[in-house]
Structures are given as structure tokens and as C-alpha cells.
Design a protein. Structure first.
Length: 166
């Protein structure tokens, strides 16, 4: 039995080159990979991932996912109400549905009221925001450190003299 690829499958074209002393494949998009398909170099025009840019890249990735989710939510909300065109409109539909469900119930629970309040005011988003930590680093030169050590030693001697005098 022979393994023949499907006629609809087109394999990517590449040329065999030498990269860092070993054979590699350079594809049409500029990618350089080994024979197992592992990347050997960054794509042309891309920046390497470093400690300095990881937070920014992660933020961009989260923003990309958030926007994709927002587009999908707005699309789903438009199927319910064609006038929906923004995320705020979709959010308003959720809040209205929550309010209607709350008003249909004879004895709404307090936590349901808090949930509706958070939906309407956005308080939940504010409370979930991470606290910002500010760190100050103070640096002193060697002369200042030596002076502080002398003052500390003088205070120690003064205290011991007072104790001896008592």
C-alpha cells in the first residue's frame, strides 16, 4: 500500500539552505525551519521575545482576544436585537434581561440586586482591577553609608553610657 497525498492538498514550497552549519528549509514566507518543522530563526520583520517586551506582547494578545470576543458577542446580540451595534448595546441587553428576571421574582435576593447594580454601574470591573504597587528604590553612595554607620554606632555608645550611668 502506498501513501499518496490528496490532490487537494498543496504542500508549502521551500528551498534547502545551510543555516548555522546544518541543513535547513527556507519557506516562501521567509521562515527558516529544520527538517522536523521547528523554527530556527525569527520570521523577517518580527522582534524576538525578551524579558523587556513580554508584558507588552501579553497585553496585546489579551486585547486581541478581547476584541474578538466583543465582535462575537455583538454579532450574537444582533440576532436578538438588530439595533445592537456596540459592546455597550450588547451589555445593555444583558442588564435589561437581568432586570426583567429580577422583577418577575417575588422576593429577589440581595446578591441578585448587587449583581444588577454591578452590571448597571460597572462597579465589578473597578473592584476586579489589580492594585498598582509603586516601588521606590533609594540609592546612596559609599560616603553616605559610612556616615550613617558612624551615627548608628555613636547612638549605640550613647545608649550604653546612659545605661551604665543609671
Amino acid at each position: 500500500m502506498t501513501n499518496t497525498p490528496l490532490s487537494t492538498t498543496t504542500l508549502p514550497k521551500y528551498e534547502v539552505i545551510e543555516f548555522n552549519g546544518r541543513p535547513a528549509r527556507r519557506y516562501q514566507d521567509g521562515a527558516i525551519r529544520d527538517e522536523r518543522g521547528r523554527m530556527l530563526a525569527n520570521l523577517p520583520g518580527t522582534k524576538p521575545i525578551t524579558q523587556e517586551n513580554t508584558h507588552e506582547l501579553a497585553r496585546l494578545r489579551v486585547e486581541k482576544y478581547r476584541r474578538a470576543a466583543l465582535r462575537r458577542i455583538v454579532g450574537e446580540a444582533q440576532s436578538v436585537d438588530p439595533s445592537v451595534s456596540t459592546g455597550a448595546d450588547a451589555y445593555a441587553i444583558v442588564a435589561a434581561k437581568q432586570w426583567a428576571a429580577l422583577m418577575d421574582y417575588d422576593k429577589p435576593r440581595i446578591d441578585e440586586l448587587k449583581t444588577l447594580r454591578d452590571l448597571m454601574t460597572g462597579l465589578e470591573a473597578v473592584n476586579d482591577a489589580p492594585a498598582q504597587v509603586v516601588t521606590h528604590v533609594h540609592q546612596m553612595d559609599a560616603d553616605t553609608v559610612a556616615l550613617l554607620e558612624q551615627i548608628a554606632q555613636a547612638q549605640t555608645h550613647t545608649r550604653s553610657e546612659i545605661i551604665d550611668a543609671e
